[in-house]
Design a protein around this ligand. Structure first.
Ligand code: DX5
Ligand code: ZN
Length: 213
């Protein structure tokens, strides 16, 4: 069954506690927590202190997406604050095995993300060591962008590449009811959705629709 990870980037920050409790009650499987540093992307979001407090409000796992340069510096901060999955960008790392081993040293699940322009074959050396591949379907940095349709072929390529490895395929950016179905057909396991969920009137209805139930 597909998992839905609402991205709190599109939530009402002044009501963050209510927002994450609402999406948990509405059937969200994970909370997607976008970390931006103003260097890797042109935006700044949430520090580890926010994660530590948000973590106490719900029982579902936190899926931390690091859009930062020098991920090794940030990984311990978010691991200690309560992350369950930490995903870093392949493009931000000099030696991805360093980040993989660092995340594992905290007993957490490891993800690697790729921007739309990055060849997914660059992930190949790491597939024996990771739990998740996050395929960006927009340029990272901002919510509310349009889904890049090349993503569908990229999901198929990654699905073929990982074969029997037990790796989740997560897709992030511009997900809506229509393209969610196409991503699921190609083999996505987790869909991140910010705007589509948090700008909707009824979180349960839209999460069910994204899951195709
Ligand atoms: C973009 C973030 C996404 C973003 C998705 O850099 O990684 O998680 O919040 O938001 P929507 O669903 O609005 O594209
Ligand atoms: Zn994200």
């Amino acid at each position: 069954m597909i998992k839905i990870a609402p991205s709190i980037l599109a939530s009402n920050f002044l009501c963050l506690k209510d927002e994450i409790i609402s999406v948990e009650k509405a059937g969200a499987d994970l909370i997607h927590f976008d970390v931006m540093d103003g260097h890797f992307v042109d935006n700044i979001t949430f520090g580890p202190m926010i994660l530590a407090q948000a973590k106490n409000c719900v029982n579902i796992d936190f899926d931390v997406h690091l859009m930062v340069q020098n991920p090794s510096k940030f990984i311990p901060w978010y691991a200690k604050a309560g992350a369950d999955i930490i995903t870093f960008h392949l493009e931000a790392s000099n030696n991805p095995m360093t980040e993989i081993n660092l995340i594992k040293s905290f007993g957490l699940k490891v993800g690697i993300s790729v921007k739309p322009q990055t060849d997914v074959n660059e992930l190949l050396p790491y597939i024996d060591y990771i739990d998740l591949i996050l395929i960006m379907s927009v340029n990272p940095g901002f919510g509310g962008q349009s889904f890049n349709t090349d993503t569908l072929n990229r999901i198929s390529k990654v699905k073929e590449m990982i074969k029997n490895n037990n790796i989740f395929i997560e897709v992030d950016g511009g997900i809506n009811k229509e393209n969610a179905k196409l991503c699921i057909e190609k083999g996505a396991d987790i869909l991140v959705a910010g705007t589509t969920i948090f700008k909707s009137e009824n979180y349960k209805k839209i999460i069910d629709e994204l899951k195709g139930v």
